[in-house]
Design a protein around this ligand. Sequence first.
Ligand code: AHM
Ligand code: MG
Length: 342
Amino acid sequence: HAADAQRTDLMTITRYVLNEQSKHPEARGDLTILLSHIVLGCKFVCSAVNKAGLAKLIGLAGDTNIQGEEQKKLDVLSNDVFINALKSSGRANVLVSEENEEPIFVEASKRGRYCVVFDPLDGSSNIDCGVSIGTIFGIYMLQEGSEGTVADVLKPGKNMVAAGYCMYGSSCTLVLSTGTGANGFTLDPSLGEFILTHPNIKIPKKGKIYSVNEGNAKNWDQPTTSYFIICRYVEKAKFPIDGSSPKSLRYIGSMVADVHRTLLYGGIFMYPADKKSPNGKLRVLYEVFPMSFLVEQAGGQSFTGQGRALDIVPKNIHERSPIFLGSYDDVEEIKALYSAAE
Ligand code: AHM
Ligand code: MG
């Protein structure tokens, strides 16, 4: 029986990645090994997040990162765990973390062919109240002949060979794409294994939810194209003029959780530019790119207000960009508003 098979013939994330690898006869298994070290990092952070309240890990570590935010102990811990896991994999080369101003170059004896960009623990404002937070990562292949420089990661998101996130929520869910669709795995705590629970995720073509920090509306308040477009879209979501029902608003303030819901239920997630953040808030390399990669792999779209998000060529590792991502039709609507405004 299918149900029996599900219970006794488990598709773990390792098995899934090995299956994918076997489709590429030239593959040496390096990506599989790298991913298994990332998975280890996710399990560690999941366990730390679950224990945080108890272990009194929550609190300030007394350090500020380059964005000027106070780092929480859990951020520092997660960053250390991922850096160590990636270095020890022997497959990583250049690493970019949200928590480190400069890229990290793995020492020659441990170097591999992959570059990893990551936000070890995203959603910092949600840590202390137990709301979902997550890890986001993207993987590039080292350029042919390169020894590993920052140029290896200043590449458009469409060049990524894999991307994913792990959400530490009511369950621990890892969504991964190696470029052949997006798949979701849920951690079975009793086995310590991620099991395939959301095969071949397809985002609904059109959604009924919009997700944006409307509290920023005052900062949208400037006579720019972007201002009118966001306002018009949000007004229309609340007061539709075509007789359809109003959309629901959902905004958690953790990108991983907001994007995860968007992937499964459909709709649109937006972080536009505003007066305070002229380039938006979210970081291109380790927030916008991996999430856009996954949304496209699930059949949705990701747009910056100017073009396809995965086409951005980043000039520096902590660059930001406005972002609109989600269901194909919903993003199409935003794109139409931008084209009409040109
Ligand atoms: P962080 O890296 O400090 O955690 O900030 C990123 C987070 C995203 O997870 C989320 O989408 C966004 O910030 C929410 O920002 P805001 O609180 O301005 O709505
Ligand atoms: Mg972040």
